[in-house]
Design a binder for this molecule. Sequence first.
Ligand SMILES: Nc1ncnc2c1ncn2[C@@H]1O[C@H](COP(=O)(O)OP(=O)(O)OP(=O)(O)O)[C@@H](O)[C@H]1O
Ligand SMILES: [Mg+2]
Length: 262
Amino acid sequence: MQSDSDLAIRIENLWIRYRTTVEAAPTLKSTIIGLGRKETRKRQIRIVEAVQGFNLDIHNGSVIGVIGANGAGKSTLLRAIAGILPPTEGRITVNGRVSTLLALGVGFNGMLSGRENIVLGCLAAGLTREQIAQRYEVITEFADLGDFIDMPMRTYSSGMYSRLAFSVSIHMDPDILLIDEALSTGDAKFKERSFAKMEELVAQARTIVIVSHALGTVRDLCTEAVWMDKGRLIERGEPGEITDAYLRFVNVAARPTALEDV
Ligand SMILES: Nc1ncnc2c1ncn2[C@@H]1O[C@H](COP(=O)(O)OP(=O)(O)OP(=O)(O)O)[C@@H](O)[C@H]1O
Ligand SMILES: [Mg+2]
């Protein structure tokens, strides 16, 4: 049994609710007539319970893979750990510097070049001018975007975008690294490189939480896996066992296509 001082993240009875609107009794006709005229349609408030009474202790140095179906609440959980989404109920305690690489978009400005966004990302992470100067080249090199580094990020492909995001977040010296699906959009060469970099971070006993549908990555890289469904924790344990249990549940055989993103 490890003591509380080993805890990187403690999640206690976490609930996250989204408020959203849905159109009351839509028909094809009303949808067509209403296109582009949102204000004329009858709308109802709907509450989505994305995370429901979730408890999890994550120890320093663990590499946790979070798996589960689309809409299970994985990204919501990660955003809450990152402090981007406040808990509706419950508590999250984080010990250490967090660096996040959330699914496309958080933090970068599409009008600015890759270079400018690196500086922005570093400033947002609280780095000093000297620290930025030191890391700038390494980040650029790792992302390996060629001329695109000087183009506005709105012109990037989604893979280029996540390469830069990945490169910035791993070079922030985080105690805790949060990653949402990031490895899956890079090309084969970049995937290989980021996997190696992740192994390096794992070896340095950083705490890492990875949300992924690439079950093979979860098996190879993680020390533990957490299976989430409908906002709840279903099972936690050894990655091989948890991914198997999840595959049995969704009734898919452990073929290569189920293990990796295709
Ligand atoms: N901004 C939002 N407003 C309203 N509902 C949302 C919002 N974001 C997510 N949801 C809902 O919350 C639930 C959990 O979504 P979430 O994105 O956390 O799932 P996920 O496990 O990351 O799924 P995926 O594997 O598809 O990425 C879903 O029902 C989703 O529709
Ligand atoms: Mg998600």
